[in-house]
Design a protein around this ligand. Structure first.
Ligand code: MOS
Length: 697
């Protein structure tokens, strides 16, 4: 058990400290960092999906006045490590996917760089490519583990026997689409090599973690950490796509090394982001449930097929949430991958949990329908006493309370019956559960110093729009027992102590823990009246990490839909979520996280869909004109609520992490509402007109 901080600043609705700078446009992002005489880089990309580059004619590009350098797979520097094939930029003439980087042009202006990149003539030895995901492939394989280190397959009891013996069973296949992160700020960096001595690289990179970013870049470029500084005070969104560096960062650093002393800027175009910034793998999920007449589950199974790139494995942990969500004596989960000639998948908000709570939460709704049991009641009846996966007690689990409070606030009891009609519109409501593990990273250090009558906390943490600039001072203030106005926090620079990535909703859990250790140390050492220059540092205490409990945040998602009976037009007037995610540090920034996640879940349900064209091996709708991300006009009333949850096991703040849980379960709730309204059960996302029209009454 941890002694929880007495919340004084924690829990207050404080405005974003970075808000004014962002609104006024004075907050600098990576690409717009003011530097002397910048040069601009533009990538050259492969136009085949598989094969080999046999020649690159750069003469026309180099002849353009203002072109400073042209790097290709033949003349680029050799990198120190090529272990990560995604980051081994320009190291080989092999092409693993269409759009792979094969060169870069650096010029005096970005327009010139782009024009010159178009003038590079490339010859290929093209080979047939294979990029179609299907459960029927004979080359599906089981990875050694799936992401976050989870086991690939798990089994307990005998699912087949339980299914054979059960009074009621369900077996269905569900699928989620390919999705691309589209943060407002594209992936971008400015890089500057100091021309003197051994060289020193400054990288202004849009990243979810300056320290992990630096480590990765150092490894690839063969540099010591002291030779690189990464700076990133502001990020225009990441959602995971900036959680690990992609090839663009390495390319920018290489381009700058070709021009020592001149800063080089490179921002991916929106279209390039559909190739070079990762994506969420499409998933195909076979779900089996077995239950008795009252709805008590005797078996839960999920068998997942998804894709990775042939050049680098990325194994989304889609089957993981079904392992712990509900009580059942017989359980199975498996993951199989197809390694295709496609870009490398990567992180997208709630990897694993987000796709993995789609199939099972729709299946629960289908089972509720078969049994004639209310879908909330069905979930309540299968509430596990302890974590079914590990047998550990929950540090806290308030899923049932979220469902009940959500039902109350949403008006679930009065919900319209199946295919209820309101004029020309069919209306319906749906529900689904939500979950996200509570994570804390092993490494992070904070320094606290008394400076000019203020407390300054320094830590190389990130704020990608999540609120760190605002919430970390709240934690420091309570740990120091001083007013929050007396605390300044400095983040987003490797000059500050090492900090973990803003990923896995672990940011504040981790950095806050380090800040609390440093602050308690500071108070112990200097008492209530410190002097200028007094300083302590503290690291996250991994030894004190609770290992005896299963820690998760839970939530309940409620959705109301309206479907036009003639046209199938689908509107979502209401989303309502209730979450139990530990203590909420700042209701303003937290609400923004929850509402943002839920909106992204709506987007996943109805709009987002990277349409893969297997003939050429690329996303056909690779821009924001064709890839629709839910916008304000698509969103109705979105409400996020939370329970006052007290969890003394997670960390000193009592926080569980809130960046990702908002997206989990939303799409299932939408599908469940659409079924209630129309009678059409959509099992393959997104829910589009063509899937509704033939089934409308
Ligand atoms: Mo999040 S997808 O773990 O950055």
């Amino acid at each position: 058990m941890t002694e929880l901080l007495e919340p004084r600043a924690i829990g207050r609705d404080l405005v974003r400290r970075d808000g004014v700078a962002k609104v006024r446009g004075t907050a600098t992002y990576a690409y717009e960092t003011p530097v002397e005489r910048p040069a601009y880089a533009h990538p050259v990309q492969a136009t085949i999906a598989r094969g080999r580059v046999t020649a690159m004619d750069t003469a026309a590009a180099e002849a353009l006045a203002g072109v400073l350098a042209v790097l290709t797979v033949s003349n680029a520097e050799r990198l120190a490590s090529t272990e990560d094939a995604e980051l081994a930029v320009l190291q080989s003439d092999e092409v693993g996917f269409r759009g792979q980087l094969i060169g870069v042009v650096v010029a005096e202006t970005s327009e010139l760089a782009r024009q010159a990149a178009d003038l590079v003539r490339v010859s290929y030895d093209e080979r047939p490519h294979d990029s179609v995901l299907s459960v029927d492939r004979d080359d599906l394989y089981a990875p050694e583990q799936v992401n976050a280190g989870y086991e690939t397959d798990t089994a307990e009891g005998d699912v087949a026997a339980a299914v054979a013996a059960a009074e009621v069973t369900l077996e269905q296949t569900y699928s989620t689409a390919m999705y691309h992160n589209n943060p407002l700020e594209p992936h971008a960096a400015t890089a500057l090599w100091d021309p003197s001595g051994d060289g020193f690289l400054t990288l202004w990179d849009s990243t979810q973690g300056v320290h992990p970013d630096r480590s990765a870049v150092c490894e690839v470029l063969g540099l010591a950490e002291e030779q690189v500084r990464v700076v990133c005070p502001y990020v225009g969104g990441g959602f995971g796509s900036k959680g690990t560096p992609h090839a663009n960062v390495v390319l920018t650093a290489m381009a700058a090394r070709a021009l020592p002393g001149r800063p080089v800027k490179l921002a991916l175009t929106r279209q390039q982001m559909f190739t070079l910034a990762g994506y969420r793998t499409p998933t195909i999920q076979r779900v089996q449930l077995a239950a008795d007449r009252t709805g008590r589950l005797s078996a839960i199974a999920i068998d997942v097929v998804e894709q990775t790139s042939r050049i680098k494995e990325f194994a989304e942990q889609t089957g993981v949430p079904a392992r712990m969500m509900y009580a059942s004596p017989n359980r199975r989960s498996t993951h199989r991958l197809a390694a295709l000639d496609v870009p490398v998948p990567s992180w997208m908000r709630a990897p694993g949990e987000c796709p993995g709570m789609f199939g099972p939460e729709v299946a629960m709704d289908e089972l509720a329908g078969t049994l004639g049991v209310d879908p909330i009641e069905l979930r309540v009846r299968n509430e596990p006493e302890v974590d079914p996966e590990t047998g550990k007690p929950w540090s806290s689990r308030h899923l049932v309370e979220c469902l009940r409070e959500g039902a109350e606030r949403f008006g679930w009891a009065d919900r319209p019956g199946p295919r209820h009609r309101d004029g020309d519109w069919l209306v319906g409501t749906g529900v689904a559960s939500s979950v996200y593990p509570t994570m804390r990273q092993a490494t992070s250090t904070a320094t606290i110093r008394y400076e000019d009558g203020r407390y300054v906390a320094e830590i190389g943490a990130a704020d990608l729009g999540t609120g760190t600039w605002t919430t970390l001072p709240q934690i420091a203030a309570d740990a120091l027992d001083v007013p929050v106005e007396d605390v300044e926090v400095r983040i987003g620079d490797t000059r500050y102590p090492v900090a973990s990535v803003a990923g896995g909703s672990s940011g504040l859990n981790t950095w806050g823990s380090a800040v609390v250790v440093a602050a308690r140390e500071f108070r112990g050492k200097f008492g209530p009246r410190p002097e200028d220059g007094d300083e302590t540092s503290g690291a996250v205490d991994q030894a004190a990490q609770d290992e005896d409990h299963a820690s998760y945040a839970f939530g309940a998602q409620f959705v109301a839909v309206r479907v036009h009976a003639d046209t199938g037009e689908l509107r979502v007037p209401r989303l309502l979520g209730v979450f139990a995610a530990g203590r909420i540090v700042n209701p303003r920034t937290a609400r923004s996280q929850f509402v943002g996640g839920m909106t992204m879940g709506l987007s996943m349900a109805l709009h987002e869909n990277s349409v893969w064209d297997p003939r050429v091996g690329q996303v056909a709708n690779h821009d924001l004109a064709e890839y629709h991300v839910t916008v304000n006009a698509d969103v109705g009333d979105v409400q996020a609520h939370w329970l006052d949850e007290h969890d003394p096991y997670v960390n000193a703040m009592g926080t569980k992490g809130i960046g990702e849980i908002g997206i989990v379960g939303t799409a299932a709730a939408v599908v469940n509402a659409v079924h209630r309204a129309t009678g059409v059960r959509v099992r393959h996302l997104p829910v589009t007109l063509d899937k509704l029209l033939t089934g409308l009454p």
